[in-house]
Design a protein around this ligand. Structure first.
Ligand code: SF4
Ligand code: ZN
Length: 312
């Protein structure tokens, strides 16, 4: 059997889409290098910046923290790990412990914010009414709106100028497909890697957006990143699961198809970039940038308020 394409060592992983075989150290180095190139190509992180890394405690985000830490010397950047505690009993605690210990190990600043402190209720409390069949949004759509705001609040608190999230290539192309399937073509412009919200000073970037999910998982395994044993009891992905399965089948039959879809997505997205600027007014309730008179966070808070004994 042939050895590693780079050093001739014992093969650990073969990239079916490129035919490249890599030993374990060369594979890890390739992930770090690929991330560095993505960052440079899309001008994601600038020299000397204070960078927030959104770390949920899952394998992808812990790997991102590790890779960005390895790259931080070259970028002259200073990292702050940012975590959100949604308040789901028995689920988030384990993940937050992982974030805390990896941050300490790497000597990275660590900041956590909670739904309870920011919004006045935990996710458990927010979802504990009516039964999910009575709510017109899924738990994850609900949670996602608050999570995004929580990360923004944490980023402001941490004094960072950019926030990196661990979305990988699979996440990116799935979102692209979901927007098409939902008929949300106008949202495509928001997916532009260079997109920035005019009225929110902090940029959002996805340094893993050119790396397959499978490769991030392998990197995590190799790097000894802990895997979470409990999953969120509210997880509801619906259509996304079907899209993921479909794309995985396509990739198995036609290696490299996800890479092609990424390139096509970026091409289409670039044509929509800047055509639908999201934030135009200030929310009448909280003052944050919003595309409607009252932002989605405040609207959802209002709905929750009507259903639970809310004091926030
Ligand atoms: Fe929130 Fe869904 Fe993630 Fe649970 S799985 S923490 S509900 S986004
Ligand atoms: Zn608001």
């Amino acid at each position: 059997m042939e050895g590693c394409s780079k050093c001739g060592g014992k093969v650990f992983y073969t990239r079916r889409y490129s035919g490249e075989s890599l030993c374990s150290p060369c594979f890890s180095a390739s992930i770090t290098e690929k991330t560095r190139r993505t960052i440079a190509k899309h001008d994601m992180i600038r020299h000397g910046e204070r960078v927030g890394v959104a770390v949920s405690g899952g394998k992808d985000s812990l790997s991102l923290l590790k890779v960005l830490h390895d790259l931080s010397a070259g970028h002259g950047s200073h990292l702050v790990a940012i975590s959100v505690d949604e308040g789901v009993a028995g689920y988030r605690d384990e993940a937050l412990e992982h974030v805390k210990s990896l941050s300490a190990q790497l000597g990275v600043e660590y900041l956590t914010v909670s739904y309870k402190d920011l919004f006045g209720f935990s996710l458990d409390e927010a979802l504990n009414w009516g039964g999910k069949e009575k709510r017109d949004v899924s738990s994850c759509s609900f949670c996602g709106v608050f999570r995004r705001r929580a990360i923004d609040e944490a980023a402001v608190k941490a004094g960072v100028t950019v926030v990196a999230t661990a979305h990988n290539l699979d996440d990116y192309v799935q979102t692209f497909m979901m927007n098409l399937l939902h008929g949300d073509v106008s949202r495509l412009g928001w997916m532009d890697p260079a997109y920035s919200d005019d009225s929110f000073e902090i940029r959002r970037v996805k340094p893993f957006m050119e790396i397959y999910e499978e490769e991030v998982a392998l990197f995590a395994f190799q790097a000894g990143v802990p895997f979470q044993s409990v999953s969120c009891p509210y997880m509801h992905e619906g259509l996304r699961t079907e899209v993921r399965d479909y794309l995985n089948r396509m990739e198995a039959e036609h290696p490299g198809m996800k890479n092609v879809l990424l390139r096509s997505s970026l091409d289409v997205i670039s044509r929509y970039a800047g055509t639908d600027r999201r934030a135009s007014v200030s929310c009448a309730v909280c003052g944050r940038p919003s595309s409607s008179a009252v932002c989605s966070v405040c609207r959802m808070k209002e709905t929750i308020k009507q259903h639970i004994n809310y004091t926030g």
